[in-house]
Every structure is written in structure tokens, then in C-alpha cells.
Design a binder for this molecule. Sequence first.
Ligand code: ATP
Ligand code: MG
Length: 432
Amino acid sequence: MYTKVKGTYDLLPNDARKYSYIEDFLKDTASLFGYEEIRVPILATSDLIHRSTGESSDIVTKETYDFKDRGDRIITLRPEGTAPVIRSIIENKLYATNALPLKLFYMGEMFRYERPQKGRFREFRQFGVEVVGTSSPYMDAEVILLATTIFKDLNINNFKVRLNTLGDDESRNNYRNALKEYFSDKLDSLCEDCKKRFEKNPLRILDCKVDKDSEILLNAPKVSDYLSQKSKDDFEIVKSYLDELDVPYVVDEKLVRGLDYYTNTIFEFELLDSESGQSGTICAGGRYDNLTSDLDGPKLGSIGFAFGLERLISIVNFDFDLTHSINCQFIPIGENAKKNLLKVMQYLRTMGFISEMNYEATSLKGHFKSADSNKARYLIIQGDDELERGVVKVKDKLNNTEEEVDIKDLNNLLDYLMDLENKYLDDISEGE
Ligand code: ATP
Ligand code: MG
């Protein structure tokens, strides 16, 4: 038997429906904030991914899918969306042809060679936004507000925003030096990965999952002591905007984030209770003011975030009806009616009625069974007698009515069905 690749999963119709619903919701919500969609390739040059995420990031050191294609190009399956989107903006000079800031969202598959476990896959999906071409801390706050809105509108309220700032280049440099000095005589007590991080990017030691509760890490210098006045002021603006809009956040000085390109504001959305067995980060992001210039574009202040769709969807309560149902089940009795109904069925489809026929059923029982499993509202039945008289029987399962409808003019059938639909809508609104 053939099986799926380790770390991947199938979305069967019941689950695909949920993904589709959430994807539509995310698009609509991002649109309300003025975002447009961008779609970029899954295949990226390894150069781009390795340069952008940083040589010390987990993604590059152990998680990328790298391979040589048949033309000897070194390719990486994109592990995240930001670098490919920024590459596209620079390559297509969007920053020159469009008004700034650019506000873009993306959605799609990402690939990381990780140890598969709950909420962690090798092929997974992210929804993310990137705002490119603004340094305003107001935008930092608005981006966090967008992520907050997504949670709240999905009725997820048990989340917490962890917020921190890494400061501008000057602050980061000073802080980096302070960390180097602090850790230089404590290397022996750090894990193997952290020894490497010390060389490449000491900030990332603070993100270590192994050493995180050790005395050494708890007593490490704090970024807040190394921030420039500008970075402090900007961070105050971010916080006051969030206060103004009642976004619940906590400042967490230990937050550094896994990728090397972050500057200034960074944040993570974490689920609070672990009752459901789900914990950890659902959404993460921050400002990356140096990435566009690192990727050989102009320097453009930028900020974004990414949601893990699997983790998001696993905490949504789907208590509304998403089940598959159709409008019209066509039921021919005999071959002549079957052929005759094909055109009628196609006509109703063009008018927006989801319509189906079971071509193999040989008994009424078989047709009714299909109608049941399709949750069809209308049964449209025709035998030789009806065919001769140019009519069909329309059975409305909702109202339990059955009537003969003349279909010599197909508009007649449409009018009849529309009347039933409108009556149904009126009944619902009266009931409210
Ligand atoms: P983690 O600390 O969980 O490894 P990360 O810092 O690597 O996350 P990011 O690169 O910031 O994650 O990606 C943003 C979001 O994408 C995460 O918060 C998570 O929801 C999701 N995500 C990351 N890696 C995976 C994965 N392997 N499978 C499913 N979702 C993932
Ligand atoms: Mg990770």
C-alpha cells in the first residue's frame, strides 16, 4: 500500500471544508485592513532562503528541504513566506510602482524538516501578512491588531500576545556586545547549540529551549537596558495604541524569535490554556527593517506575521453548519427521462442551483438514497408519463410539498423554485 510522506497529511472533504472556510475568512479580514493577496512560488533559490533567515536560525541549520534540480540549480522548498515575498517585491520593483506601504497577504504550503508531532508537520500551511515601506510604530500596532481581530472574530479569547522590542541597529549592536561579554565566561554551561549561537548570533541563546530556565539565562542582560531613545519611544507608541484598543498583551523581555532578520517590535500569540492539549504559538511576527536591503533592495521599513493554519484551525470551534448539501436531486424514471433531464439540470446549474443526478441508479430507492446522502432540498422527478406532458414533479423536502411544474418553458421551473427559496428566506427573517 502506498502511504503519505512522513510529516504530511491529507485533508479529506470534512477537513478541507474547514480550511476553505477559514481561508475565506482570513482573506476577508485582511481585506478589511487594506491588504491584497500575493502568490509566490514554493520553489526558491537556496541562496535566498539561507541568506534571509540567517545562518544561525534553526530553519537553515536543520530544517530546510534543499535539493539540486536537473539543471544543477540549488533549490529550497520555501520554509516561510517572508523572504520569497520580499524577493518578489524587489524583483518586480513593486516599491517603485505602487504607493507605499505595500500591504500584502499570502497563504500556502511551507516545508520544514522537523520532528513531526501534534501541530508540527513537514508540509504545513501559513497565512501571513507583510507591510513594506513604513517605519511607523502605529503600523506595528495595527498589524498586531489584525492578528488579534482574527482570533476574536473566530471566537478564540484565551490567547495572550507576548511583546518585546529588539531595538534599532544601534540598540541591537550594544545589546549583542553586552550578551557576548556576559556569556563569554559561561560557555561551558551552555548547550551545544548555544555554543554555536554565541558565535553567530548570541541573541538567539535567549530563545534556547534547552537552557531556558537556567540561572545563567535568567540573569542575562536585558534588552530594555540597551535601547536607544528612539527605540524606547517607538515601543511606547506601540503599547499605547494597543492599550487604546484593549488588545491584551504582556511585555516579555525573553522573547527574541527564531529568525535573524527581526528588529524593533516582535510578538507572538500564544494559546493560554493547555486543557485542549494544544499549547504553543499560533502566530508570530515582527519588524524587519533590514531585510529588504539585505536582499539587495532599497532599505524599506517592514513588518509582518505568520499564522500556522493547522494550529489555528485546530482551536476553532466549528459549531456552525459547514456540511455538504445540494439543492436539486434529479430523478429520472427510465432512459428517456434521463436524457431529457440533462438539459434541465444544466439550466438550473447556470441559474445557481447545485444539481446532481445519480446516473447508475436503477430504482427509485437508489435515487432517494443519493438524495438523502446529498441532503438535497428539492427532488425533481420525471417518468415517461411526465415526459410526454412536458412536466416534472418537484418535491420540496423542507416544506414537505409536492407539485407538478410545467417545464415546456424552463423559466417556469426557475420561477417556481425561486418562490420556494424566497418564501424560506422570509420565514427565517420573520422567525428572528
Ligand atoms: P516553533 O517555535 O513552534 O517551531 P517557529 O518560531 O519556528 O515556531 P515561525 O517560523 O515563526 O515559527 O512560524 C509562524 C507559525 O507557523 C508558528 O507560530 C506556527 O503556528 C507555525 N509553524 C511553524 N512551524 C510549523 C510546523 N512545522 N508545522 C506546523 N506549523 C508550524
Ligand atoms: Mg520552528
